[in-house]
Design a protein around this ligand. Structure first.
Ligand code: HEM
Length: 402
């Protein structure tokens, strides 16, 4: 066996890669539970690829047959229900992990110098993931898929001059139909997915160049021992590989429990109206996006003018890209920044409140919440450069707290 390994290593830099990225890659010793999210996201992307492959083997992308083919997967194909629920519930779990992952980055200032590019690539992954989820959402061609496809592509219609042409291009014709399914399937499984996968690869490469941050926001590379290794670091392998395997075990148990006992999560992970065939003659009273896109939809509805709503929504999506340059504080982690910590918590509550109202029918009683939520969300980013310059900070310890 060792001869085979030697033969392989003489032809491929496996040993060097293992050393550089695992056994001699030092990570801070004070990682907490939020540091499971990165490896779990990698796991979930791999599972989506696997379940997606099996779904593709049975799915038919035509307006006539798409709905039937998905029902066939659910009821007539061996283990089809498991594969479909893995894929559908996997999306919601990915977004839960993404929100925890980004929240962790915001809390500990992981977007700050030298990790700006890591943050920008990460946020690009999030934006691409929203597109990837939207394309997938339309494919089962239930009635909600159909109407969501109509509503979202009609938002593009409002873009000045090129809007109508873009809408026709996205739909592949005047309405949502077979041509739309074909191009959305091609994007979902090939082009968009490959760009997403490439960005994930770049994210990991950038991470290994700059190294991980930690809950204290202290740079471990600044304090090295006589042997040249960081005093507050431990080798990624075996310490964090073992820790991550434990996390994977717990997470997969939870994932299985959801699939077996609450696969639709009472309509939150999979809406009731996706169980009815697409019908252009039966419009739905309230077409709302899935929960993970709902905060942006709530902001779109916060202003009565459609164009202004689109500008507000676009601003909400774009502003977080600039986080590394908006935060001017000298201290990185919110552990030592009480004002910033409060702002982050307020932001989290606002975001999930917006997700809730974005899922509700457009009733006047929600307008005030939508407007207030949009104002807090946008205000956070616009006021941060000023607040972060003058906010009081607590003394940062020299070494990480274990
Ligand atoms: C599928 C999507 C993603 C995958 C697979 C992924 C993967 C990872 C992994 C494996 C790590 C190292 C382990 C860890 O710190 O948990 C990491 C760190 C990081 N990621 Fe991501 N990530 C994704 C999305 C994002 C997004 C959307 C953002 C930000 C908007 C982001 C920003 C960061 C930052 C700033 C770090 C360093 C955190 C620190 O050291 O404190 N990532 N990512």
């Amino acid at each position: 066996m060792s001869k085979v390994i030697d033969w392989f290593n003489a032809r491929f830099p496996a040993r060097e890669m293992m050393r550089e990225h695992m056994t001699e890659y030092y990570a801070p010793k004070n990682f907490n539970i939020l540091y499971y999210t990165g490896s779990l996201l990698l796991l979930m992307i791999a599972l989506q690829l696997l379940s997606g492959f099996f779904l593709m083997a049975h799915y038919v992308p035509t307006s006539q047959d798409a709905y039937n083919s998905v029902q066939g997967i659910m009821y007539d194909t061996k283990w089809g229900w498991l594969v479909r629920y893995m894929h559908v519930d996997g999306v919601s779990l990915i977004f839960i992990l993404l929100y925890l992952h980004m929240g962790r980055g915001l809390l500990y200032g992981s977007y700050r110098n030298p990790r700006e590019l890591l943050w920008v690539i990460g946020y690009l992954i999030y934006v691409l993931m929203m597109g990837e989820a939207f394309f997938g959402y339309i494919l089962p061609f239930g009635n909600l898929s159909y109407w969501a496809g109509q509503v979202i592509t009609s938002i593009i219609h409002a873009v000045p001059i090129i809007g109508p042409g873009l809408t026709t291009l996205a739909r592949g014709g005047p309405g949502v139909g077979t041509a739309t399914l074909e191009r959305f399937l091609a994007l979902h499984t090939v082009l968009w997915f490959l760009i997403l996968a490439a960005c994930i690869g770049l994210h990991i490469l950038a991470l290994h160049k700059v190294g991980s941050n930690n809950p204290d926001g202290i740079e471990i590379k600044d304090r090295k021992g006589a042997d040249g290794t960081p005093l507050d670091g431990i080798p990624f392998h075996p310490y964090y590989t073992v820790k991550d395997i434990f996390g994977v075990g717990v997470f997969l148990t939870l994932f299985a429990a959801i699939i077996f006992y609450a696969p639709t999560m009472h309509g939150v992970f999979l809406e009731r109206t996706t169980f009815f065939r697409a019908n252009p003659m039966v419009s739905l009273p309230d077409v709302t996006p899935p929960w993970y896109l709902a905060p942006y939809y709530a902001m779109l509805r916060a202003v009565p003018n459609k164009y202004e709503g689109i500008v507000l929504m676009a601003l909400a999506v774009v502003l977080p890209f600039f986080m590394p340059w908006l935060d001017r504080c000298k201290v990185r982690s919110s552990r030592y920044r009480p004002v910033y910590r409060f702002m982050i918590l307020l932001m989290a509550v606002t975001f999930f409140t917006l997700a809730y109202v974005g899922e509700q029918p457009p009733l006047p009683k929600y307008f005030l919440i939508e407007r207030l939520g949009a104002a807090i969300y946008i205000g956070f980013y616009l006021l941060l450069p000023i607040i972060s310059r003058f906010e009081p900070t607590r003394p940062v310890p020299e070494r990480v707290r274990s």
